[in-house]
Structures are given as structure tokens and as C-alpha cells.
Write a protein of this length. Structure first.
Length: 156
């Protein structure tokens, strides 16, 4: 059974964000499952979802008020969370696409650091998304340039 690097989990209302993220991931060479692209006429949608949830290394959550209100997507993120409850494998990666802070509704998603695209334009969002995905895969961030010396300036 073939698998995917990412399952992109989005509420119907956020389908455009799901497609945008899936496109960016595929441009980086990842195998991506997105229901809008991968469930076609004749497919049994629940079977396809079970296959995607079971055979994806990571689940990317398009986090918005629509996502938190959707019962349909709950199984997708909860399965990823159960497979990695400590977050050490980064199996569940939220992507904030709306300025929405309902901590009471977020439950376990609240404790997971998201990729934040709120308020960014296309180029900045693309750079941020690609960089943050790379960091999540690698498990750390190290700048390409050395940080400035933090001590006081030397006297001549």
C-alpha cells in the first residue's frame, strides 16, 4: 500500500487553503492526499479517508473557526494526535489561516505550535509555509547566518 507524506485536513469552507497548502507541498516533492483532489467519482469517501489517515506520515490541519466547528474532520486530526501524543514526531501540524483564538474550542490542538499564515501576502505566506514545513520535518531551526554578538561593544 502506497502512502503519503501529508494528509491535508481542511473543512469544506477552507478548501481553497487546503488546495494552496497541498500545491505548495507537492511543489516541494511531497506526496499529498487532499480529498478535493483524491476522492473521485466511484470512490467510497469513508474508505478513502481511512486509507489516507492510516497511510499518511503527517496530518496538516487548516486551522480556522470552520475547522473547529466541523465534525467531519475530527477523526483526521485525532488519529494523528493519537499516533504522536507528545508531538516529538510532528505527525500533526496545524496551519493557522484565520485570526481566531477560541482556546476553549481547540482542546488538544491548543498545545501544538502552528504555522501562522494569518495576515501574510502570497509570497510571504509561501516562504513561511515552506520554511516551517522544512523545520517541522527536520525537527529544529538553525539560522543560515550567525546571530550577532550579544555582548557589549568593545572599546577601541
Amino acid at each position: 500500500m502506497a502512502g503519503w507524506d501529508f494528509l491535508v485536513s481542511a473543512a469544506e469552507e477552507d478548501g481553497a487553503w487546503g488546495e494552496w497548502c497541498a500545491w505548495q507541498l507537492e511543489e516541494q516533492g511531497y506526496q499529498v492526499h487532499l480529498d478535493l483532489w483524491d476522492v473521485v467519482a466511484g470512490d467510497h469517501s469513508v474508505s478513502r479517508l481511512d486509507e489516507a489517515v492510516s497511510h499518511s506520515k503527517r496530518t496538516l490541519v487548516i486551522l480556522s473557526e470552520h475547522y473547529l466547528a466541523s465534525e467531519k474532520v475530527q477523526a483526521e486530526w485525532q488519529t494523528a494526535w493519537l499516533a504522536d501524543p507528545t508531538g516529538m514526531k510532528r505527525r500533526l501540524i496545524p496551519v493557522r489561516v484565520a485570526d481566531y483564538h477560541p482556546e476553549a474550542e481547540m482542546g488538544l490542538l491548543q498545545g501544538i505550535s502552528p504555522i501562522n499564515l494569518v495576515g501574510l501576502g502570497d509570497d510571504a505566506a509561501r516562504r513561511t509555509f515552506v520554511d516551517e514545513i522544512r523545520r517541522a520535518i527536520e525537527g529544529r531551526y538553525r539560522p543560515s547566518e550567525p546571530p550577532p554578538f550579544p555582548g557589549p561593544p568593545r572599546r577601541p
